[in-house]
Write a protein that binds this ligand. Structure first.
Ligand code: F0G
Length: 465
């Protein structure tokens, strides 16, 4: 077998271009036509297992950090680096939790709803799956400085890899006032240089791309095709937890659309390699205040179309957005994004997975989040969009009660405690200030804290048991 770097290459996703490049090049777009890039492999030169079950052998060799990693124990499915090059901090020790409590809320038959807890990653979000891959590539090419724009989780993830691996320095760009405190605190604590751009995520991303190009800085946003290779492993772990039997549905929040894109790539490759016989359907859930994909895909009929999506339609959509000065606005700050950079790849994933897109408002997101908290491990607002979306698709009859559904919970509950406390709080002012102005009118699942005098009798009366 050849070494990983010899069987892996970068390839433009546009079918009329399809130009290829070595993995030793640092690219975030095709230099020839500007389209996104994939990492592709000459699979005939890779020692791919005959069955996914063969990966179970790695459970016995967990002392090796590369086998312990929930990303790299599947390394034959993302074979672009040698074991020595891999940068890992033990990411991907996540859990698929079956929850009848949340299942009842969604409207599912018992045993059918599953929550994939990506908040259990070292930095508390799914981003670590991708950042281990991007950091590995950064090491391969000898990058000295890495950067990203972020709504908070990508920056926390990049910062934790920089602080632990210590192979590059990091600058993160965040929208000023747009980032949840838990996430901002991580970037600061991990000692990343943190630039608060006076603008939103879409502005910060545009700027970091300019700066990275000008200064030769290694860019770690999801336009980096290596990052998405790592995120494929979320689907491998879902399959692993389901004894390698694909579910009927994967439901995922959509922001910059990196996750959904990588899921589609994972399933297409597994099918091509004969490792699964059936591809699950994919539901991508936008927040109603940041619904570019929903509008384009469901309302305007934009499709992958064999790699040639209707560019005029996309252009006129963004022209209107500019003219009307429409800005993304949702409490689910992680997905407050109006210009998703992976739009084309996500259209491809929706094509591969016979996908659907839905939008859910902030009220539905926070109600679903409270139910996840009450019946699961808890999550941040953006993550709960997946559960709110599954509920909507159940109500619409798109998902059947007996379908096996996996909702991806992308980020940890403690990332954004402000929204949680405001929702559950008896403090009307806090609710009004934090949520009311954003269109959330009620908190049907509020668990109000009880204020009680420091008096034994009154405390006993207040126990409520
Ligand atoms: N959920 C959470 C918790 C996120 O942080 C993000 C993205 C998403 C969902 C959306 O995922 O972009 O792959 O569609 N957060 C990015 C960030 C943008 O900067 O942390 P996507």
């Amino acid at each position: 077998m050849s070494s990983p770097a010899e069987s892996a290459f970068q390839r433009c996703i546009h079918p009329d271009c399809a130009q290829t490049f070595s993995v030793s090049e640092v690219l975030t777009a095709c230099p020839k036509c500007g389209s996104l890039l994939d990492i592709a492999y000459d699979w005939s030169r890779v020692a791919v297992p005959k069955s996914l079950r063969e990966f179970e052998a790695r459970w016995m060799t967990r002392r090796n950090p590369v086998d312990f990693s929930g990303v790299w124990r599947f390394r034959e499915l993302l074979p672009f680096a040698t074991d020595e090059q891999i940068v890992t901090i033990g990411e991907g020790q996540t859990i698929l939790q079956q929850s009848d409590y949340v299942g009842r809320y969604v409207g599912m038959t018992g045993g059918q709803l599953h929550l994939q807890y990506e908040g259990l990653n070292p930095s508390g979000s799914f981003k670590d799956n991708g950042m281990t891959a991007a950091s590995t590539h950064a090491r391969m090419v000898g990058a000295k400085i890495a950067a990203c724009a972020s709504t908070g989780n990508t920056s926390a993830s990049l910062a934790i890899y920089a602080s632990t691996a210590r192979i590059f320095k990091v600058v993160v760009f965040v929208g000023s006032g747009k980032i949840a405190y838990g996430k901002l605190s991580q970037a600061l604590d991990y000692d990343a240089r943190t630039l608060q751009i006076l603008g939103d995520f879409d502005d910060a991303l545009a700027r970091v791309r300019e700066v990275a190009g000008e200064k030769g800085i290694y860019l770690c946003n999801s336009v980096n095709p290596f990052r998405l290779e790592g995120q494929k492993s979320i689907m491998y772990r879902v399959l692993e937890a389901l004894a390698w039997e694909p579910p009927d549905w994967i439901v995922v929040p959509g922001g910059n659309l990196g996750n959904s894109s990588s899921f589609g790539k994972a399933f297409q490759e597994l099918k091509d390699l004969g490792l699964i016989s059936r591809i699950p359907r994919l539901a991508v859930i936008n927040a109603a205040g940041a619904n570019t994909l929903y509008r384009l895909y469901e309302q305007q009929g934009l499709r992958w179309n064999g790699g040639r999506p209707d560019e005029t339609l996309v252009k006129s959509f963004y022209d209107d957005m500019n003219t009307q000065r429409r800005r993304a606005s949702t409490l689910a700050s992680a997905i407050e994004i109006n210009r998703p950079v992976n739009l084309e790849k996500c259209l491809r994933a929706l094509d591969v997975c016979d996908g659907v897109v839905r939008e859910v408002d902030d009220q539905a997101i926070l109600d679903a989040k409270a139910q996840v908290g009450a019946g699961g491990f808890g999550c941040e607002p953006a993550s709960a969009a997946s559960v709110a979306g599954a509920k909507l698709l159940r109500e619409q009859g798109v998902i059947a009660p007996s379908d096996k559904v996996v909702c991806i919970l992308t980020g940890h509950q403690l990332k954004d405690p402000t929204a949680t406390v405001a929702y559950h709080s008896a403090d009307v002012e806090l609710f009004e200030e934090k949520l009311g102005q954003r269109g959330v009118k009620s908190a049907p699942f509020a668990n109000r804290p009880v204020v009680v005098d420091n008096d034994l009798q009154k405390i006993i009366e207040a126990l409520g048991v």
